[in-house]
Design a protein around this ligand. Structure first.
Ligand code: NDP
Length: 272
């Protein structure tokens, strides 16, 4: 049976084994998928050990996505653009790194939430790993505008410089959280602020009826960002759909079969 796992530290909370077990059952694929706690200073050794045991692929979560990027012999274009890897494929020719987080995000927005990105004003909050992975998949859907706002404006500016040649006609710009003006169609919170129940200080005017406000974080309760956006008329969504979709994209990369996600998303939602 082909072996897969997810590396992280901590890893106990991970829903990935349940998600991939459901996808394997649904698509009739024979595989095992487990959690692996890698020591903070021992990620490459943990990967080598898993490969030696015959591992075919792995997911990578906090805090190893940048290290995973470094250890790959080859990278997909979206992993290169993201500068981070969340999916490893172990082949006879070496380790290939992919990043499915951004594709998971846009598949959730377009497929699950039913909100098109093409021609829309999009505001991306944050410029860390998750935001960086989202930029190229968002641009591939040709928004009219993509504003990247971050606490450290220079990091957002560096992202704009990196992706300027790939903007595909979108007006791409960087700023601080307080600078965006007027209502946006889609506002994505890719900061880690919600982990501390913090709210990036965006003006309320960015939200309005018809705005989709998505927080990449998920949990039983809406985040402060989701509450603030809903109070100002937005439709809100958490990051659970993105999680399920990035896993589907990884499953596709490993097995060449795309699982259905709708039912699993509803099941996971009911168990939060
Ligand atoms: P990083 O640490 O790489 O980046 C954090 C970002 O948040 C930076 O832009 C940082 O700004 C900003 N930030 C941190 N604290 C605050 C604050 N108190 N107020 C405002 N801005 C703040 O994190 P990641 O990009 O890896 O992850 C971001 C979030 O996305 C996490 O909540 C993570 O759980 C979630 N995520 C969800 C996924 C899913 O499948 N649903 C997948 C991947 C991530 P600065 O540059 O100034 O430090």
């Amino acid at each position: 049976m082909d072996k897969y796992c997810v590396f992280g530290n901590p890893i106990g909370h991970s829903k990935s084994p349940d998600i991939h077990a459901a996808y394997a059952l649904q698509t009739g694929q024979q595989l095992s998928y487990e959690k692996r706690l890698a020591p903070l200073d021992g990620f490459p050794a943990a990967v080598r050990a898993f490969v030696a045991e015959g591992g075919k692929g792995a997911n990578v979560t906090v805090p190893f996505k940048l290290e995973a990027h470094k250890l790959c012999g080859a990278l997909t274009m979206r992993a290169q653009a993201a500068g981070a890897v969340n999916t490893l494929l172990f082949t006879d020719d070496g380790t290939i790194g992919d990043n499915t987080d951004g594709a998971g995000l846009v598949n959730d927005i377009v497929g699950n939430a039913g909100v098109p990105i093409t021609g829309k004003r999009v505001l991306l909050l944050g410029a860390g790993g998750a935001a960086r992975g989202a930029v190229l998949p968002l641009l591939e859907h040709h928004p009219s505008q993509l504003t990247i706002a971050n606490r450290t404006v220079a990091t957002a500016e560096a992202l704009v410089a990196q992706f300027a040649a790939l903007s595909g006609g979108a007006a791409l710009s960087a700023c601080g959280y307080e600078a965006p003006r007027g209502q946006y169609d889609i506002v994505i919170n890719a900061t880690s602020a919600s982990l501390q129940s913090d709210l990036p200080p965006v003006p309320a005017e960015v939200f309005g009826p018809g705005t989709l406000a998505l927080d990449m974080m998920y949990g039983k309760e809406p985040t402060v960002f989701m509450q603030f956006a809903a109070d100002h008329g937005a439709i809100v969504r958490d990051g659970l759909g993105m999680l399920v979709e990035q896993a589907a994209e990884a499953f596709m990369a490993w097995r060449g079969v795309r699982p259905q996600t709708t039912e699993l998303l509803a099941q996971l939602r009911s168990k939060l």
